[in-house]
Design a binder for this molecule. Structure first.
Ligand code: G6P
Length: 367
């Protein structure tokens, strides 16, 4: 009830515009010098010795933040991570013991599937850490530890700013674990923390350059089906980009790992098919450019999202949405914003109710 659109036409736009601030609010209090300090929430180096594996469990957008979490925790902390959607985790008799750390991600902290997954993990003896946005919510109360995302109230049904802060939380957790485990040196940690601190300004810049996306959307809103492709962290990001588009514009879309396209889905690419290529991972750029060539040879129209300095992408794609130059590992927290804007403008062009999409609820508290 206290929610005001503050001059914005939609809550979704207002909330995207809040991303720089809320990412800052989530990161800054937990950064100390060149390191991360999660206070009581952080697992001690001693307790970490008893953890063999991490499970991340969530629904919807939060589960996509979990997939990014898997990539970065495994990369930095070298601890195996498994990601499940909560409704599957609960019923598959997960192999969990006191040697597992189960991270539960939820904006509302009230999603019933996620809450029951948390209880299942506790029943099996796991240590549990909730990454939650709503203070005092059921999941926050029941988990052993809570790391709050400081996104503030999110009113639009399609989650935007909360996702960015969930990613911020994943970076903080990954860095904390890596430093305690000694799997990265302090120089590397410092470099990543510096990039993370630069992310809010980079998001600000992306928001300021939204016209190109708006224009592209105005030319393509009649698309019947859209593909989102990427490799590594960009694949994880593509899943969220695709979900956002489906949720509010009702356009069918699919997220695919760039390298997997040729094993089936490429059959669906024909003249005019729109392909959104997320290309923020420097080491995988060449491979993605090959993927662009493959789809363009079949008539696809390609919109690429990449860092400014990746000039080679310009030659390959039809339109490039630039994000500022930022380390590949941190790039997802910035690169998701153009995808959210894309979904928003596509939905707007189609005349959809962007804040209240049909059949969806903000928080699903029934099974
Ligand atoms: C609902 C919402 C999604 C959200 C999911 C998980 O399905 O429509 O936007 O991602 O629930 O919500 P949570 O509050 O647990 O993050």
């Amino acid at each position: 009830a206290c929610a005001e659109k503050a001059g914005y036409e939609h809550f979704m736009m207002k909330e995207m515009c809040e991303e720089p601030k809320v990412v800052r609010d989530t990161i800054n209090p937990r950064i100390e010098g060149f390191g991360v300090n999660l206070g009581n929430t952080g697992i001690t180096a001693e307790a970490l010795k008893d953890i063999d594996k991490i499970n991340i469990v969530a629904c919807g957008t939060a589960s996509h933040a979990g997939i990014v979490g898997k990539y970065i925790i495994e990369k930095l902390a070298r601890i195996p991570v498994e990601v499940d959607v909560a409704s599957e985790f609960r019923y598959r008799e997960p192999i969990i013991s006191r040697r597992n750390l189960v991270i539960i991600i939820s904006q509302s902290g009230e999603t019933i599937d996620t809450l029951f997954a948390l209880r299942e993990a506790k029943k099996r003896g796991a240590r549990t850490l909730a990454v939650v946005n709503v203070v005092g919510s059921s999941i926050a109360r029941e988990a052993d530890d809570v790391l709050y995302t400081w996104a503030g109230p999110e009113i639009a049904v399609a989650s935007t700013k909360a996702y960015n802060t969930q990613l911020a939380a994943m970076y903080l957790i990954a860095l904390d674990l890596a430093c305690k485990k000694g799997s990265i040196d302090s120089e590397t940690a410092k470099g990543i923390i510096d990039s993370l601190k630069a992310a809010p300004d980079a998001i600000e810049e992306v928001l300021g350059n939204c016209e190109a996306i708006q224009k592209f959307a105005s030319q393509h809103y009649n698309a019947k089906s859209i593909f989102f492709i990427g490799r590594g962290l960009d694949y994880a990001l593509s899943m969220e980009g695709s979900l956002k588009l489906k949720e509010i514009s009702y356009i069918h879309s699919e997220a695919y790992a760039g390298g997997e396209l040729k094993h089936g889905t490429i059959a669906l690419i024909e003249k005019g098919t729109l392909v959104v290529c997320s290309m923020t991972q420097k080491g995988l750029l060449e491979k993605m450019i090959s993927n662009i060539k493959e789809v363009k040879a079949r008539g696809a129209v390609v919109m690429a999202i990449t860092q400014q300095s990746n000039e080679e992408v310009w030659k390959a794609a039809d339109i490039v949405i630039e994000i500022p130059d930022i380390d590949s590992i941190i790039a997802p927290i910035v690169a998701i914003t153009p995808m959210q804007l894309f979904a928003y403008y596509m939905a707007l062009q189609k005349g959809c109710d962007v804040d209240k999409p049909r059949n969806l609820a903000k928080s699903v508290t029934v099974e």
